[in-house]
Design a protein around this ligand. Structure first.
Ligand SMILES: [Zn+2]
Length: 192
């Protein structure tokens, strides 16, 4: 049985966060690299878009977490916890968080994307001009860069699309140059 089929079965083909039956798809919880039932949930379009930041957060929609936070499935617990963290300034999500219990391993996974941190603690990536960089941004190199561990030089003026941020270190981003994934220091890029 595929991961998607397992998710459909365990959820009765409904959104594991809000129970909706429409626009369901598999959401792979970052930063997990492998799709497994422990790192994926079935989510409706509304939940999916707000999780991904494609739509503004509608705090009222997330009242559904009142129920889904008690799911027996760890992946659902992780997403409920992260969304409650994102909304905790509303008050009621903090009350739910106070009641929630995640085992150590699940909590470690839940914390990996830093939703629980205050803005001041979050690792913020900035380009050479101090402009904030986000996942998926495009940047241009402002000087020639030697690529570590190869003879390749990434030329000044090269555009790097769809960058990834290093969650541990604010001075590093990753992106593809000539089909090769490389690590780039933020002070040598400018956001496009
Ligand atoms: Zn939903």
């Amino acid at each position: 049985m595929s991961v998607l089929q397992t998710l459909q079965e365990r959820s009765n083909t409904s959104c594991e966060l809000c129970g909706s039956k429409t626009g369901l798809k598999q959401y792979n919880i970052p930063p997990a690299l492998n799709e497994t039932v422990d790192t994926s949930i079935l989510a409706c379009e509304t939940c999916f878009n707000q999780i991904e930041g494609n739509e503004d957060m509608d705090a009222n929609h997330w009242r559904c977490l009142n129920d889904s936070m008690w799911s027996e499935h760890k992946a659902v617990q992780v997403m409920a916890w992260r969304m409650l963290q994102r909304l905790r300034k509303e008050g009621w999500p903090q009350d739910l968080l106070d009641m929630m219990y995640l085992d150590d391993e699940t909590m470690a996974f839940a914390k990996e994307t830093g939703e629980h941190k205050d803005d001041s603690e979050k690792i913020i990536h900035r380009d050479s001009n101090g402009v904030i960089l986000e996942h998926g941004d495009s940047v241009v190199l402002i000087k020639d860069l030697k690529v570590k561990g190869s003879s390749m030089v990434a030329k000044q003026g090269t555009a790097v699309r769809n960058i990834r941020l290093d969650h541990e270190n604010a001075t590093y981003i990753e992106g593809k140059v000539d089909e090769q994934q490389i690590v780039i220091v933020t002070e040598y890029v400018k956001k496009l």
